[in-house]
Design a protein around this ligand. Structure first.
Ligand SMILES: NC(=O)c1ccc[n+]([C@@H]2O[C@H](COP(=O)([O-])OP(=O)(O)OC[C@H]3O[C@@H](n4cnc5c(N)ncnc54)[C@H](OP(=O)(O)O)[C@@H]3O)[C@@H](O)[C@H]2O)c1
Length: 504
Protein backbone atom coordinates (compact mmCIF):
# COMPACT_ATOMS: atom_id res chain seq x y z
CA UNK A 1 0.00 0.00 0.00
CA UNK A 2 1.26 3.46 -0.84
CA UNK A 3 2.79 5.43 2.02
CA UNK A 4 3.01 9.21 2.22
CA UNK A 5 6.24 10.52 3.74
CA UNK A 6 9.10 12.94 3.43
CA UNK A 7 12.54 11.39 3.90
CA UNK A 8 15.27 13.76 4.97
CA UNK A 9 18.59 12.02 4.53
CA UNK A 10 21.43 13.66 6.42
CA UNK A 11 24.63 12.49 4.73
CA UNK A 12 22.81 12.32 1.39
CA UNK A 13 26.08 12.37 -0.58
CA UNK A 14 27.66 9.54 1.43
CA UNK A 15 28.45 5.92 0.76
CA UNK A 16 25.55 4.43 2.72
CA UNK A 17 22.99 6.69 1.06
CA UNK A 18 24.26 5.87 -2.42
CA UNK A 19 24.92 2.17 -2.02
CA UNK A 20 21.95 1.18 0.14
CA UNK A 21 19.31 3.83 0.71
CA UNK A 22 18.57 5.08 -2.82
CA UNK A 23 18.38 1.59 -4.35
CA UNK A 24 16.15 0.45 -1.46
CA UNK A 25 13.84 3.44 -1.89
CA UNK A 26 13.66 2.60 -5.58
CA UNK A 27 12.64 -0.99 -4.84
CA UNK A 28 9.87 0.33 -2.60
CA UNK A 29 8.84 2.64 -5.43
CA UNK A 30 8.77 -0.26 -7.89
CA UNK A 31 6.55 -2.24 -5.54
CA UNK A 32 4.18 0.67 -5.06
CA UNK A 33 4.97 1.31 -1.39
CA UNK A 34 6.16 4.71 -2.56
CA UNK A 35 4.34 6.28 -5.47
CA UNK A 36 3.02 9.81 -5.85
CA UNK A 37 3.13 10.95 -2.27
CA UNK A 38 6.76 10.85 -1.30
CA UNK A 39 9.75 13.14 -1.49
CA UNK A 40 13.38 12.91 -0.44
CA UNK A 41 15.62 15.72 0.70
CA UNK A 42 19.29 14.82 0.58
CA UNK A 43 21.53 17.09 2.58
CA UNK A 44 25.29 17.32 3.04
CA UNK A 45 27.88 20.05 2.69
CA UNK A 46 28.74 19.55 -0.99
CA UNK A 47 27.21 22.26 -3.18
CA UNK A 48 25.20 20.01 -5.49
CA UNK A 49 22.24 21.13 -7.57
CA UNK A 50 18.95 19.21 -7.67
CA UNK A 51 19.81 18.13 -11.23
CA UNK A 52 23.19 16.76 -10.24
CA UNK A 53 21.70 15.00 -7.23
CA UNK A 54 19.03 13.36 -9.38
CA UNK A 55 21.69 12.21 -11.81
CA UNK A 56 23.58 10.59 -8.92
CA UNK A 57 20.37 8.95 -7.68
CA UNK A 58 19.67 7.55 -11.16
CA UNK A 59 23.21 6.23 -11.28
CA UNK A 60 22.75 4.36 -7.98
CA UNK A 61 19.69 2.49 -9.30
CA UNK A 62 20.93 1.58 -12.76
CA UNK A 63 21.72 -2.00 -11.72
CA UNK A 64 18.02 -2.41 -10.93
CA UNK A 65 17.24 -1.90 -14.62
CA UNK A 66 14.62 0.85 -14.41
CA UNK A 67 13.00 2.12 -17.61
CA UNK A 68 13.97 5.69 -18.51
CA UNK A 69 10.55 6.86 -17.45
CA UNK A 70 10.74 5.10 -14.06
CA UNK A 71 14.23 6.47 -13.37
CA UNK A 72 13.12 9.96 -14.32
CA UNK A 73 9.89 9.87 -12.37
CA UNK A 74 11.54 8.36 -9.26
CA UNK A 75 14.48 10.79 -9.23
CA UNK A 76 12.18 13.78 -9.71
CA UNK A 77 11.04 13.22 -6.12
CA UNK A 78 14.61 14.00 -4.90
CA UNK A 79 15.76 17.45 -3.74
CA UNK A 80 19.17 18.51 -2.57
CA UNK A 81 20.06 21.07 0.08
CA UNK A 82 23.65 22.03 0.78
CA UNK A 83 23.70 22.07 4.55
CA UNK A 84 26.23 22.00 7.33
CA UNK A 85 24.59 20.27 10.26
CA UNK A 86 26.35 22.61 12.69
CA UNK A 87 24.85 25.72 11.08
CA UNK A 88 21.49 26.77 12.54
CA UNK A 89 20.52 28.95 9.56
CA UNK A 90 20.60 25.93 7.31
CA UNK A 91 17.84 24.28 9.33
CA UNK A 92 15.60 27.24 8.57
CA UNK A 93 16.13 26.58 4.85
CA UNK A 94 15.45 22.93 5.48
CA UNK A 95 12.16 23.78 7.17
CA UNK A 96 11.04 25.94 4.25
CA UNK A 97 11.86 23.19 1.73
CA UNK A 98 10.28 20.46 3.86
CA UNK A 99 7.04 22.42 4.24
CA UNK A 100 6.95 23.17 0.52
CA UNK A 101 7.38 19.52 -0.39
CA UNK A 102 4.80 18.49 2.16
CA UNK A 103 2.31 20.72 0.41
CA UNK A 104 3.38 19.77 -3.11
CA UNK A 105 3.23 16.00 -2.60
CA UNK A 106 0.46 15.81 0.00
CA UNK A 107 2.70 14.20 2.66
CA UNK A 108 0.38 14.83 5.64
CA UNK A 109 3.25 15.94 7.86
CA UNK A 110 4.78 12.44 7.93
CA UNK A 111 8.54 12.72 8.26
CA UNK A 112 11.40 10.25 8.46
CA UNK A 113 14.79 11.68 9.36
CA UNK A 114 17.57 9.31 8.35
CA UNK A 115 20.93 10.13 9.93
CA UNK A 116 23.41 8.51 7.53
CA UNK A 117 26.27 10.33 9.21
CA UNK A 118 28.86 9.91 11.92
CA UNK A 119 27.20 9.65 15.37
CA UNK A 120 28.94 12.73 16.77
CA UNK A 121 26.45 14.79 14.73
CA UNK A 122 23.29 13.05 15.99
CA UNK A 123 22.81 15.26 19.07
CA UNK A 124 23.09 18.54 17.21
CA UNK A 125 20.81 17.38 14.38
CA UNK A 126 17.95 16.26 16.64
CA UNK A 127 18.21 19.41 18.77
CA UNK A 128 17.91 21.56 15.68
CA UNK A 129 14.99 19.53 14.34
CA UNK A 130 13.15 20.55 17.48
CA UNK A 131 14.43 24.11 18.02
CA UNK A 132 13.90 25.13 14.38
CA UNK A 133 10.43 23.55 14.42
CA UNK A 134 11.07 21.13 11.59
CA UNK A 135 9.16 18.44 13.49
CA UNK A 136 5.55 18.45 12.39
CA UNK A 137 2.51 18.39 14.60
CA UNK A 138 0.16 16.81 12.08
CA UNK A 139 1.84 13.54 11.03
CA UNK A 140 4.56 11.37 12.51
CA UNK A 141 8.22 12.20 13.06
CA UNK A 142 10.54 9.18 13.07
CA UNK A 143 14.27 9.04 13.47
CA UNK A 144 16.38 6.35 11.81
CA UNK A 145 19.97 6.06 12.97
CA UNK A 146 22.91 3.94 12.00
CA UNK A 147 25.44 2.08 14.05
CA UNK A 148 27.67 2.62 15.89
CA UNK A 149 25.40 3.69 18.74
CA UNK A 150 28.11 5.02 21.06
CA UNK A 151 31.53 3.49 21.66
CA UNK A 152 30.81 2.25 25.19
CA UNK A 153 27.90 2.29 27.66
CA UNK A 154 28.52 5.85 28.87
CA UNK A 155 28.75 7.41 25.42
CA UNK A 156 25.74 5.40 24.21
CA UNK A 157 23.77 6.56 27.24
CA UNK A 158 24.71 10.19 26.61
CA UNK A 159 23.74 9.86 22.96
CA UNK A 160 20.48 8.22 23.91
CA UNK A 161 19.63 11.00 26.36
CA UNK A 162 20.23 13.61 23.65
CA UNK A 163 17.97 11.80 21.22
CA UNK A 164 15.29 10.98 23.74
CA UNK A 165 15.05 14.66 24.62
CA UNK A 166 13.48 15.09 21.23
CA UNK A 167 12.08 11.71 20.09
CA UNK A 168 10.15 9.20 22.19
CA UNK A 169 11.53 5.64 22.12
CA UNK A 170 8.80 4.35 19.79
CA UNK A 171 9.84 6.86 17.12
CA UNK A 172 13.53 5.91 17.22
CA UNK A 173 14.62 3.23 14.76
CA UNK A 174 18.18 2.09 15.52
CA UNK A 175 19.33 0.14 12.52
CA UNK A 176 21.04 -3.19 12.91
CA UNK A 177 20.89 -4.26 9.29
CA UNK A 178 21.29 -7.93 10.22
CA UNK A 179 17.82 -7.75 11.75
CA UNK A 180 16.51 -7.02 8.27
CA UNK A 181 18.04 -10.17 6.81
CA UNK A 182 15.70 -12.89 5.70
CA UNK A 183 17.33 -15.75 7.61
CA UNK A 184 17.76 -13.77 10.82
CA UNK A 185 14.01 -13.19 10.72
CA UNK A 186 13.62 -16.87 9.90
CA UNK A 187 15.20 -17.85 13.26
CA UNK A 188 11.90 -17.08 14.98
CA UNK A 189 9.91 -19.04 12.41
CA UNK A 190 12.19 -22.08 12.61
CA UNK A 191 11.87 -22.00 16.39
CA UNK A 192 8.26 -21.09 17.00
CA UNK A 193 6.58 -22.77 14.04
CA UNK A 194 8.25 -26.19 14.43
CA UNK A 195 7.39 -28.22 17.46
CA UNK A 196 10.27 -30.62 16.81
CA UNK A 197 12.69 -27.79 17.47
CA UNK A 198 10.93 -25.68 20.06
CA UNK A 199 10.27 -28.66 22.30
CA UNK A 200 14.00 -29.49 22.28
CA UNK A 201 15.15 -25.87 22.54
CA UNK A 202 16.67 -25.98 26.02
CA UNK A 203 19.55 -27.22 28.15
CA UNK A 204 18.18 -30.75 28.37
CA UNK A 205 18.73 -31.38 24.66
CA UNK A 206 21.09 -28.73 23.37
CA UNK A 207 24.76 -29.11 24.20
CA UNK A 208 26.04 -25.85 22.79
CA UNK A 209 25.20 -23.12 20.31
CA UNK A 210 27.75 -21.72 17.86
CA UNK A 211 27.45 -18.44 16.02
CA UNK A 212 29.99 -17.52 13.35
CA UNK A 213 30.20 -14.23 11.47
CA UNK A 214 33.29 -14.62 9.31
CA UNK A 215 34.62 -12.27 6.66
CA UNK A 216 37.05 -13.25 3.94
CA UNK A 217 37.94 -9.61 3.33
CA UNK A 218 40.42 -7.61 5.38
CA UNK A 219 39.71 -4.09 6.61
CA UNK A 220 40.01 -2.71 3.06
CA UNK A 221 39.75 1.09 3.21
CA UNK A 222 38.07 1.15 6.63
CA UNK A 223 41.32 1.00 8.63
CA UNK A 224 40.71 4.43 10.19
CA UNK A 225 37.30 3.39 11.54
CA UNK A 226 38.38 -0.10 12.51
CA UNK A 227 41.35 1.13 14.56
CA UNK A 228 38.79 2.68 16.93
CA UNK A 229 36.30 -0.13 16.96
CA UNK A 230 37.85 -3.57 16.39
CA UNK A 231 35.87 -6.76 15.96
CA UNK A 232 34.37 -6.69 19.45
CA UNK A 233 32.58 -3.36 19.11
CA UNK A 234 32.00 -3.66 15.37
CA UNK A 235 30.27 -7.04 15.51
CA UNK A 236 29.72 -8.52 18.97
CA UNK A 237 28.05 -5.56 20.69
CA UNK A 238 25.32 -5.32 18.08
CA UNK A 239 24.81 -8.09 15.50
CA UNK A 240 26.06 -11.08 17.47
CA UNK A 241 24.30 -10.24 20.72
CA UNK A 242 21.09 -9.60 18.77
CA UNK A 243 21.37 -13.10 17.30
CA UNK A 244 22.05 -14.60 20.74
CA UNK A 245 18.91 -12.86 22.01
CA UNK A 246 16.77 -14.16 19.12
CA UNK A 247 18.04 -17.71 19.60
CA UNK A 248 17.67 -17.74 23.36
CA UNK A 249 14.52 -15.70 24.04
CA UNK A 250 11.37 -17.24 25.47
CA UNK A 251 8.38 -17.64 23.21
CA UNK A 252 6.77 -14.18 23.07
CA UNK A 253 3.09 -13.99 24.02
CA UNK A 254 2.41 -12.54 20.57
CA UNK A 255 4.64 -11.75 17.67
CA UNK A 256 4.46 -8.05 18.37
CA UNK A 257 7.15 -5.45 18.65
CA UNK A 258 6.64 -5.05 22.39
CA UNK A 259 6.51 -8.75 23.34
CA UNK A 260 9.59 -9.62 21.30
CA UNK A 261 11.60 -6.76 22.75
CA UNK A 262 10.63 -7.75 26.26
CA UNK A 263 11.83 -11.31 25.70
CA UNK A 264 15.07 -10.23 24.03
CA UNK A 265 15.89 -7.86 26.86
CA UNK A 266 15.33 -10.63 29.42
CA UNK A 267 17.94 -12.77 27.65
CA UNK A 268 20.47 -9.97 27.53
CA UNK A 269 19.90 -9.33 31.23
CA UNK A 270 20.48 -13.01 31.96
CA UNK A 271 23.83 -13.17 30.14
CA UNK A 272 26.47 -13.63 32.81
CA UNK A 273 28.45 -10.49 33.57
CA UNK A 274 32.06 -11.67 33.67
CA UNK A 275 34.69 -10.31 36.02
CA UNK A 276 38.19 -9.76 34.60
CA UNK A 277 39.37 -13.27 35.31
CA UNK A 278 36.29 -14.78 33.68
CA UNK A 279 36.74 -12.53 30.64
CA UNK A 280 40.25 -13.87 30.17
CA UNK A 281 39.00 -17.44 30.47
CA UNK A 282 36.04 -17.01 28.16
CA UNK A 283 37.06 -14.51 25.49
CA UNK A 284 40.03 -14.53 23.14
CA UNK A 285 41.12 -12.09 20.46
CA UNK A 286 43.27 -12.18 17.37
CA UNK A 287 44.82 -10.03 14.69
CA UNK A 288 45.64 -11.30 11.23
CA UNK A 289 49.16 -11.69 9.94
CA UNK A 290 50.26 -12.24 6.35
CA UNK A 291 48.84 -15.38 4.81
CA UNK A 292 48.32 -17.36 1.63
CA UNK A 293 45.09 -19.02 0.67
CA UNK A 294 44.55 -20.73 -2.65
CA UNK A 295 47.69 -19.03 -4.05
CA UNK A 296 46.51 -15.57 -3.05
CA UNK A 297 48.80 -13.60 -0.74
CA UNK A 298 47.44 -11.22 1.87
CA UNK A 299 49.17 -8.50 3.87
CA UNK A 300 49.06 -8.36 7.64
CA UNK A 301 46.51 -6.09 9.36
CA UNK A 302 49.25 -3.72 10.53
CA UNK A 303 50.28 -3.14 6.92
CA UNK A 304 46.79 -2.16 5.79
CA UNK A 305 46.15 1.53 4.92
CA UNK A 306 45.42 3.82 7.92
CA UNK A 307 46.45 1.18 10.45
CA UNK A 308 49.26 1.72 12.98
CA UNK A 309 52.30 -0.56 12.52
CA UNK A 310 52.13 -1.44 16.22
CA UNK A 311 48.31 -1.67 16.35
CA UNK A 312 46.87 -3.73 19.18
CA UNK A 313 43.38 -3.71 17.69
CA UNK A 314 41.69 -7.10 17.35
CA UNK A 315 40.43 -8.25 13.96
CA UNK A 316 39.03 -11.46 15.47
CA UNK A 317 37.07 -12.35 18.59
CA UNK A 318 35.85 -15.67 19.91
CA UNK A 319 34.06 -16.14 23.16
CA UNK A 320 31.63 -18.05 25.28
CA UNK A 321 28.48 -16.48 26.69
CA UNK A 322 26.55 -18.14 29.48
CA UNK A 323 22.90 -17.40 30.04
CA UNK A 324 21.86 -17.83 33.63
CA UNK A 325 18.23 -18.77 33.33
CA UNK A 326 16.14 -21.91 33.59
CA UNK A 327 16.22 -22.72 29.89
CA UNK A 328 19.90 -22.19 29.18
CA UNK A 329 21.83 -22.78 32.38
CA UNK A 330 25.02 -24.66 31.50
CA UNK A 331 24.74 -24.29 27.70
CA UNK A 332 27.67 -22.37 26.19
CA UNK A 333 26.83 -19.93 23.41
CA UNK A 334 30.08 -19.78 21.46
CA UNK A 335 30.55 -16.82 19.16
CA UNK A 336 33.32 -15.90 16.74
CA UNK A 337 33.83 -13.20 14.19
CA UNK A 338 36.78 -11.91 12.28
CA UNK A 339 38.31 -10.53 9.16
CA UNK A 340 40.52 -12.35 6.65
CA UNK A 341 39.13 -15.71 7.58
CA UNK A 342 38.89 -18.65 5.19
CA UNK A 343 35.40 -17.99 3.92
CA UNK A 344 32.74 -15.37 4.17
CA UNK A 345 29.81 -16.81 6.03
CA UNK A 346 27.27 -16.12 8.73
CA UNK A 347 25.85 -19.27 10.22
CA UNK A 348 24.47 -20.71 13.40
CA UNK A 349 25.03 -24.27 14.55
CA UNK A 350 22.78 -25.72 17.22
CA UNK A 351 24.61 -28.79 18.50
CA UNK A 352 22.31 -31.29 20.20
CA UNK A 353 23.38 -33.58 23.00
CA UNK A 354 24.35 -37.16 22.32
CA UNK A 355 21.75 -39.85 22.92
CA UNK A 356 22.14 -41.06 26.54
CA UNK A 357 23.47 -44.45 25.45
CA UNK A 358 24.81 -45.31 22.02
CA UNK A 359 23.43 -48.80 21.45
CA UNK A 360 25.40 -48.99 18.21
CA UNK A 361 28.62 -48.16 19.99
CA UNK A 362 30.21 -51.55 19.55
CA UNK A 363 29.58 -51.81 15.83
CA UNK A 364 30.45 -48.20 15.29
CA UNK A 365 33.75 -48.22 17.09
CA UNK A 366 34.78 -51.38 15.37
CA UNK A 367 33.95 -49.84 12.03
CA UNK A 368 35.81 -46.58 12.27
CA UNK A 369 36.77 -45.96 15.88
CA UNK A 370 34.54 -42.88 15.96
CA UNK A 371 31.68 -41.92 18.20
CA UNK A 372 28.18 -41.30 16.98
CA UNK A 373 28.05 -37.81 15.39
CA UNK A 374 25.79 -35.32 17.15
CA UNK A 375 22.66 -33.91 15.54
CA UNK A 376 23.29 -30.37 14.37
CA UNK A 377 20.79 -27.83 13.12
CA UNK A 378 22.58 -25.28 10.97
CA UNK A 379 20.99 -21.98 9.99
CA UNK A 380 22.74 -20.35 7.02
CA UNK A 381 22.28 -16.59 7.13
CA UNK A 382 24.60 -15.55 4.29
CA UNK A 383 25.86 -15.82 1.60
CA UNK A 384 23.63 -18.86 1.10
CA UNK A 385 20.30 -18.84 2.92
CA UNK A 386 18.66 -21.92 4.34
CA UNK A 387 19.03 -24.55 7.01
CA UNK A 388 20.20 -28.13 7.37
CA UNK A 389 19.84 -30.87 9.93
CA UNK A 390 22.33 -33.68 10.36
CA UNK A 391 20.87 -36.94 11.60
CA UNK A 392 22.21 -40.47 11.87
CA UNK A 393 20.90 -43.16 9.57
CA UNK A 394 21.88 -46.74 8.99
CA UNK A 395 24.75 -47.46 6.67
CA UNK A 396 23.53 -49.70 3.86
CA UNK A 397 24.69 -53.27 4.23
CA UNK A 398 25.29 -55.87 6.88
CA UNK A 399 25.05 -54.91 10.56
CA UNK A 400 24.03 -51.67 12.23
CA UNK A 401 26.68 -49.14 11.43
CA UNK A 402 25.47 -45.57 11.33
CA UNK A 403 25.99 -42.98 8.67
CA UNK A 404 25.40 -39.23 9.05
CA UNK A 405 22.63 -37.95 6.78
CA UNK A 406 22.15 -34.27 6.03
CA UNK A 407 18.71 -32.83 5.34
CA UNK A 408 19.59 -29.69 3.48
CA UNK A 409 17.42 -26.80 2.39
CA UNK A 410 18.95 -23.83 0.59
CA UNK A 411 17.00 -21.06 -0.99
CA UNK A 412 17.56 -21.00 -4.74
CA UNK A 413 19.76 -18.24 -6.09
CA UNK A 414 16.71 -16.85 -7.85
CA UNK A 415 14.67 -16.57 -4.65
CA UNK A 416 17.62 -15.05 -2.77
CA UNK A 417 18.22 -12.58 -5.56
CA UNK A 418 14.61 -11.47 -5.65
CA UNK A 419 14.04 -11.35 -1.91
CA UNK A 420 13.95 -7.83 -0.48
CA UNK A 421 17.25 -6.40 0.60
CA UNK A 422 17.68 -5.77 4.37
CA UNK A 423 17.57 -1.97 3.99
CA UNK A 424 14.45 -2.16 1.86
CA UNK A 425 12.64 -4.14 4.55
CA UNK A 426 13.85 -1.86 7.32
CA UNK A 427 12.83 1.30 5.47
CA UNK A 428 9.38 -0.17 4.93
CA UNK A 429 9.19 -1.12 8.63
CA UNK A 430 10.08 2.47 9.54
CA UNK A 431 7.34 3.73 7.19
CA UNK A 432 4.91 1.36 8.90
CA UNK A 433 6.11 2.40 12.36
CA UNK A 434 7.09 -1.20 13.18
CA UNK A 435 10.13 -1.32 15.45
CA UNK A 436 10.37 -5.14 15.74
CA UNK A 437 13.51 -5.39 13.62
CA UNK A 438 15.37 -2.51 15.23
CA UNK A 439 17.40 -2.30 18.44
CA UNK A 440 15.58 -0.95 21.45
CA UNK A 441 17.56 1.16 23.91
CA UNK A 442 17.33 -1.50 26.64
CA UNK A 443 18.95 -3.98 24.27
CA UNK A 444 21.72 -1.56 23.33
CA UNK A 445 22.36 -0.67 26.98
CA UNK A 446 22.63 -4.31 28.07
CA UNK A 447 24.90 -5.17 25.15
CA UNK A 448 27.29 -2.36 26.00
CA UNK A 449 27.37 -3.43 29.64
CA UNK A 450 28.43 -6.92 28.55
CA UNK A 451 30.96 -5.76 25.97
CA UNK A 452 32.50 -3.01 28.13
CA UNK A 453 33.64 -5.65 30.63
CA UNK A 454 35.49 -7.51 27.90
CA UNK A 455 37.03 -4.38 26.42
CA UNK A 456 38.12 -3.01 29.81
CA UNK A 457 39.84 -6.27 30.72
CA UNK A 458 41.59 -6.49 27.38
CA UNK A 459 42.78 -2.90 27.64
CA UNK A 460 44.76 -3.84 30.73
CA UNK A 461 46.79 -6.54 28.99
CA UNK A 462 49.00 -6.55 25.90
CA UNK A 463 48.07 -9.21 23.35
CA UNK A 464 50.70 -11.11 21.38
CA UNK A 465 49.62 -9.86 17.94
CA UNK A 466 49.53 -10.84 15.14
CA UNK A 467 48.45 -14.35 16.03
CA UNK A 468 46.61 -15.86 13.06
CA UNK A 469 47.51 -16.19 9.42
CA UNK A 470 45.20 -14.48 6.93
CA UNK A 471 42.97 -17.09 5.31
CA UNK A 472 42.55 -19.24 8.43
CA UNK A 473 39.66 -19.53 10.90
CA UNK A 474 41.44 -17.53 13.60
CA UNK A 475 44.10 -18.12 16.25
CA UNK A 476 44.67 -21.44 18.01
CA UNK A 477 43.21 -20.03 21.24
CA UNK A 478 39.79 -19.87 19.53
CA UNK A 479 39.90 -23.64 19.03
CA UNK A 480 41.26 -24.26 22.53
CA UNK A 481 38.37 -22.26 23.97
CA UNK A 482 35.96 -25.00 22.88
CA UNK A 483 38.34 -27.92 23.30
CA UNK A 484 38.66 -27.27 27.01
CA UNK A 485 34.93 -28.04 27.33
CA UNK A 486 35.22 -31.08 25.05
CA UNK A 487 33.57 -29.21 22.14
CA UNK A 488 34.73 -28.16 18.68
CA UNK A 489 33.61 -25.72 16.01
CA UNK A 490 31.13 -27.46 13.77
CA UNK A 491 32.07 -25.26 10.82
CA UNK A 492 35.72 -25.50 9.81
CA UNK A 493 36.01 -24.47 6.14
CA UNK A 494 39.80 -24.18 6.54
CA UNK A 495 40.07 -27.98 6.69
CA UNK A 496 38.83 -28.28 3.11
CA UNK A 497 41.66 -26.04 1.89
CA UNK A 498 44.27 -27.72 4.08
CA UNK A 499 43.38 -31.18 2.84
CA UNK A 500 43.95 -29.96 -0.72
CA UNK A 501 47.23 -28.22 0.06
CA UNK A 502 45.74 -24.77 -0.54
CA UNK A 503 46.37 -23.54 3.01
CA UNK A 504 49.27 -24.19 5.41
N1 LIG B 1 28.60 2.73 4.48
C1 LIG B 1 28.04 1.68 5.04
O1 LIG B 1 27.84 0.64 4.42
C2 LIG B 1 27.62 1.73 6.49
C3 LIG B 1 27.18 0.54 7.11
C4 LIG B 1 26.75 0.59 8.44
C5 LIG B 1 26.76 1.79 9.11
N2 LIG B 1 27.20 2.94 8.50
C6 LIG B 1 27.16 4.18 9.26
O2 LIG B 1 26.42 5.14 8.53
C7 LIG B 1 26.95 6.44 8.72
C8 LIG B 1 27.33 7.03 7.37
O3 LIG B 1 28.31 6.20 6.77
P1 LIG B 1 28.88 6.44 5.30
O4 LIG B 1 29.72 5.25 4.99
O5 LIG B 1 27.81 6.79 4.37
O6 LIG B 1 29.84 7.70 5.55
P2 LIG B 1 30.38 8.73 4.50
O7 LIG B 1 30.41 8.16 3.12
O8 LIG B 1 31.63 9.30 5.06
O9 LIG B 1 29.26 9.86 4.50
C9 LIG B 1 29.18 10.85 5.46
C10 LIG B 1 28.18 11.91 5.00
O10 LIG B 1 28.12 12.94 5.96
C11 LIG B 1 28.22 14.20 5.28
N3 LIG B 1 28.78 15.16 6.23
C12 LIG B 1 29.94 15.06 6.93
N4 LIG B 1 30.09 16.13 7.72
C13 LIG B 1 29.01 16.91 7.55
C14 LIG B 1 28.57 18.14 8.11
N5 LIG B 1 29.28 18.81 9.04
N6 LIG B 1 27.39 18.65 7.71
C15 LIG B 1 26.63 17.99 6.79
N7 LIG B 1 27.00 16.84 6.24
C16 LIG B 1 28.16 16.30 6.60
C17 LIG B 1 29.09 13.88 4.07
O11 LIG B 1 28.89 14.74 3.01
P3 LIG B 1 29.73 16.08 2.70
O12 LIG B 1 31.17 15.71 2.77
O13 LIG B 1 29.26 16.47 1.33
O14 LIG B 1 29.31 17.05 3.74
C18 LIG B 1 28.54 12.52 3.68
O15 LIG B 1 27.35 12.66 2.93
C19 LIG B 1 28.12 6.26 9.67
O16 LIG B 1 27.66 6.45 10.98
C20 LIG B 1 28.51 4.80 9.48
O17 LIG B 1 29.13 4.26 10.62
C21 LIG B 1 27.62 2.91 7.20
Amino acid sequence: MEQAALFTIFGGTGDLAQRKLYPSLFRLYKKGNLAEHFAVIGTARRPWSDDHYREIVRDTIKDLAPTDEEAQDFSNHFYYLSHNVNDTDHYDQLKVLADELDEKYGLQGNRIYYLAMAPQFFGTIVNHLKSQEILTTTGYNRLVIEKPFGFDYDSANELNNQIRNVFPEQDIFRIDHYLGKEMIQNISVIRFANNIFESLWNNRYIENVQITFSEALGVEDRGGYYEHSGALKDMVQNHILQVVALLAMEVPTSFSNKSIREEKVKVLQAIRRYDSEEVLQNFVRGQYDTGTLDDKNFVAYHDEPNVAKDSLMETFVAGKFLIDNFRWSGVPFYVRTGKRMTEKGTRINIVFKQVPVNVFNFEQEEADGEELPQNILTIYIQPTEGFSLTLNGKKIGQGFNTDPVKLDFRQSAEVTENSPEAYEKLLLDALNGDGTNFSHWDEVANSWEIVDRIRNTWDQTTPGFPNYAAGTMGPQCAFDLLAKNGHEWAWQPDQWYRERGKLD
